[in-house]
Design a protein around this ligand. Structure first.
Ligand code: BG6
Length: 485
């Protein structure tokens, strides 16, 4: 049997160097890659195999930092790597690729190029006889900039690869703590009876980053945070929190439940966009202990119109979630990198205590950088007060880092899981076409609403938790963002 192949288009790009090759190396180091797997990188310019291997080694070593880098593992990994210069506009380049890898091979094509090439690459692969039924295609985000452009990309790819052989990446789904949301919800009998509007007052999901533009002005200024983060990562987290229990973990069971959530999202459009969303853009300030520039000064001559921060109040119009706001926010140049989900339970219906309002229970799921789960419970604090019991909310803490320290000496890169699943044809953690398109449909209405209402980004200082408008958004409903670490 011919060896299996992985072909990475865009192999000298940022994603490949920072994520894909280190992930592949770590998988190999743990003995998880098929022994016969060959890895082909393609890029525009010519490059000798040795030069390519040196480039990959440098990227892997840079990423390995504290993690163990074993020379023996590298010696095994390096011969898997080959390089081919490639231009997706040239039919002969596809033919040459087919000669190199063979047409009957179990092949995974990973597209890490500009999405505008996805259709052409899929068509070229089909033309060269490479889109056979043992081949899969993996697509990096962004799948389009809106619903129309995502349909164009999906149609182009679908003409060559069936949906069950198309793997759309949202790297948040590869994070172990994101998968743990499924375990927490559906592996414990405790939560499900409470997981609805009867017991939950609101849900809050934050993805905060300290980084700024990172030299991606041309992309970012056209996309902004709503398309870069909300359309995919934030909505995926929302789906995992809000979906109905799937019957099992089969790809379609899970993805069908997620898509139902997206379809129940109440539209935010010109009518309610001012009340239910906030756009922000960072000014100069301090972040990560350093003085940093304003977005407008990092935008490399692009118009600097994009938002680097979004907060919004989403509503899911179904039986389970009627009336429960889902507050979502994401921003760059925040005080710290932190992704967390907060489930705020309702207040007790009647207080037997003299103390005024009793704190509400909260389930806090820290996804990164800390990986922990806390359940905030009300307790009686010690003391001999004359005026009755003193109540104090205290967290019941579960540190996943501590619990798994021995089994997991380092944090995995999300792409390790995703690459392994793609190579083995498991698609539960990949995004189905109808999901991507439902998400774009919802985002398009927000973007159009902003335009119609001329909603401009509000400034916030780098190192702050976003613009003041975000606090009004929650405050008007008697709720508040949790900015505690
Ligand atoms: C990417 C976005 O999808 O996710 C980036 O394009 C963002 O703008 C990144 O920085 C965040 O990912 P992570 O895994 O660092 O939270």
């Amino acid at each position: 049997m011919a060896p299996r192949s992985l072909v990475i288009f865009g192999a000298t790009g940022d994603l490949a160097r920072r994520m894909l090759f280190p992930s592949l190396f770590f998988l190999d180091q743990e003995g998880l890659l098929p022994a016969d797997l060959r890895i082909f990188g393609t890029g525009r310019g010519p490059m000798a195999a040795e030069e390519f291997r040196a480039l990959v080694e440098k990227s892997v070593r840079a990423r390995a930092e504290g993690a163990i880098f074993s020379d023996a593992a590298w010696t095994r990994f390096a011969p898997r790597l080959a390089y081919q210069s490639f231009d997706s506009a040239k039919a002969e380049d596809f033919a040459a690729l087919a000669e190199l890898i063979g047409r009957e091979v179990d092949t995974t094509f990973f597209l890490s190029t500009s999405p505008s090439h996805y259709g052409a690459i899929a068509a070229g692969l089909a033309g060269a006889g490479l889109a056979h039924n043992r081949a899969r295609i993996v697509l990096e985000k962004p799948i389009g900039r809106d619903l129309a452009s995502s349909r164009t990309i999906n149609d182009g790819v679908a003409a060559a690869f069936s949906e069950d052989r198309t793997f759309r990446i949202d790297h948040y789904l590869g994070k172990e703590t994101v998968q743990n949301l499924l375990a927490l919800r559906f592996g414990n009998a405790l939560f499900e009876p409470l997981w609805n509007a009867n017991s939950i007052e609101y849900v809050q999901i934050t993805i905060a980053e300290t980084v700024g533009l990172e030299g991606r002005a041309s992309y970012y200024d056209e996309y902004g945070a709503i398309r870069d983060m909300v359309q995919n990562h934030l909505l995926q987290l929302l789906c995992l929190v809000a979906m109905e229990p799937p019957a099992n973990l089969d790809p379609d069971s899970v993805r069908t439940e997620k898509v139902k959530v997206l379809r129940c999202l109440r539209p935010i459009n010109a009518a309610n966009v001012v009340a239910d969303t906030v756009r922000g853009q960072y000014r100069a300030g301090m972040s990560g202990g350093q003085r940093v520039k304003a977005y407008a000064d990092e935008a490399e001559g692009f118009p600097a119109r994009a938002e680097t921060y979004v907060a919004l109040r989403a509503q899911i119009d179904n039986w389970r979630w009627a009336g429960v706001p889902f507050y979502l926010r994401t921003g760059k140049r925040m005080p710290e990198r932190r992704t967390k989900v907060i489930i705020q339970f309702r207040r007790v219906p009647h207080s037997i205590f003299q103390q005024g309002r009793i704190a509400q229970n909260r389930l806090i799921i820290d996804i990164q950088p800390d990986e922990k789960i806390s359940l905030v419970l009300v307790n009686s604090a010690p003391g001999l007060a004359h005026d009755g019991m003193k109540l104090r909310p205290l967290p019941l803490n579960l540190s996943l880092d501590d619990a798994f320290r021995a089994e997991r000496p380092r944090r995995r890169i999300a792409y390790e899981r995703l690459l392994l699943d793609a190579l083995e044809g498991r698609s539960t953690l990949f995004v189905r076409r109808d999901e991507v398109e439902a998400a774009w449909g919802w985002i398009d209405a927000i973007a159009a609403g902003w335009e119609q209402q001329n909603v401009q980004p509000e400034g916030y200082d780098s190192g702050a938790w976003g613009p003041p408008g975000a606090y009004t958004l929650t405050g008007l409903h008697g709720h508040s963002w949790d900015d505690q670490g």
